[in-house]
Design a protein around this ligand. Structure first.
Ligand code: UDP
Length: 331
């Protein structure tokens, strides 16, 4: 099969391309290079099985063009991060909802044989039940979560109505080399590794007892590949590590001083995927234990040299709209 990967130059997209090329598939990647970087794909520059399109999924013709010789689609392209989605929801709606609509319409037109969507576990908001299963309530807390969920609804609708076989994968806190650091205040690993390199204290939110289902990127791309090769269709699957780990545990593994910064309103004290469904129906299991994942990442800490270094003051400034809109409410 010839695959299209949208969001090819991003963190997860580029790891997926590494895997697909190792398995000797022909791969086309599309990315607008707004968040992803071409360096994430530099290892495939000379590979004749890989074609890169610099293009935006918000542009129908770019998507059609990139998809023209493909049989199956991995749709990962999206705007990520919470803070900018609160400041600028229209950009998120355009990329994550309209962009997904364009990819689906192109898939319909091209008679794509299989479609796998990267959804976000942020759709569960502040879950009531742990581990959280796919049937839990949907409660997006901010525009990033909402737009990824709207994208998922579109995908599931197109799968059913237009008979495009496919599934959606709800990813829980993916981490690993090339984790996105971009200009905006974002995922914890980029923040902490840059702080470690700069010999600055880790900025621990709250008392650090909150836990996340940190899932290593090689397990995540393996789930994408497994989902693509399966015949199972019209299903949504959680993709998690099988555990949940506190921020205090993370800093003990990373090693270094820390300071505490205010708890962020509207963020869950725990994320923890129930992965029974994907284990049973797709026969997928996570392989990388948290401690080994963190060790692997520490071995590549130098790749975070260019990441922005955040401190208490700059985080306070960057998250002011977060506190403004989500603060002082009883969730
Ligand atoms: N976190 C932290 N310090 C930071 C950034 C994040 O302690 O500077 C914590 C945050 O409270 C959360 C976890 O790290 O419990 C993961 O945060 P991230 O923003 O990566 O993901 P999300 O909150 O969306 O799960």
């Amino acid at each position: 099969m010839n695959f299209l990967v949208t969001g090819a130059a991003g963190f997860i997209g580029s790891h997926l391309i590494d895997l697909l090329l190792t398995k000797n598939h022909k791969v086309v990647g599309i990315d607008n290079l707004k968040v992803g970087t071409i360096q994430n794909l530099s290892q495939h520059k000379q590979n004749k099985d890989f074609t890169f399109y610099e293009g935006d999924i918000a542009n129908k013709n770019s998507v059609l063009d990139a998809m023209k010789d493909c049989d199956a689609v991995f749709h990962l392209a999206a705007m990520a991060d919470i803070v900018p989605s609160i400041n600028n929801p229209s950009e998120y709606f355009n990329a994550n909802v309209n962009g997904t609509f364009n990819v689906l319409e192109a898939a319909k037109k091209q008679k794509i044989k299989r479609f796998v969507y990267a959804a976000s576990s942020s759709c569960y908001g502040l879950p009531d039940i742990f581990p959280t299963s796919e049937s839990a309530d949907i409660k997006p807390m901010y525009p990033y979560a909402l737009t990824k969920r709207l994208g998922e609804e579109l995908v599931m609708h197109w799968i059913k109505l237009y008979n495009i076989p496919g599934v959606s994968l709800r990813l829980f806190n993916v981490y690993g080399p090339r984790a996105r650091t971009s200009g905006t205040y974002g995922a914890v690993f980029g923040v902490f590794l840059a702080q470690k390199l700069a010999n600055l204290p880790f900025t621990v939110v709250g008392d650090g007892s909150q836990t996340r289902d940190f899932t290593y990127v090689s397990d995540v791309v393996d789930a994408f590949y497994t989902a693509m090769l399966s015949d199972v269709s019209n299903e949504i699957f959680n993709v998690g590590s099988g555990g949940t780990y506190s921020i205090n545990k993370l800093i003990s593994l990373l090693g270094g001083d820390f300071i505490n910064i205010p708890k962020r309103p509207g963020e869950p004290d725990c994320t923890f995927a129930d992965i029974t469904k994907i284990k049973t129906m797709l026969n997928w299991v996570p392989k990388i234990a948290f401690q080994s994942g963190v060790t692997k990442l520490l071995n590549e800490i130098d790749t975070f040299r260019d990441a922005p270094v955040w401190n208490k003051e700059s985080i306070e400034l960057a998250t002011s709209d977060w506190f403004k809109y989500l603060g002082e409410r009883n969730y």
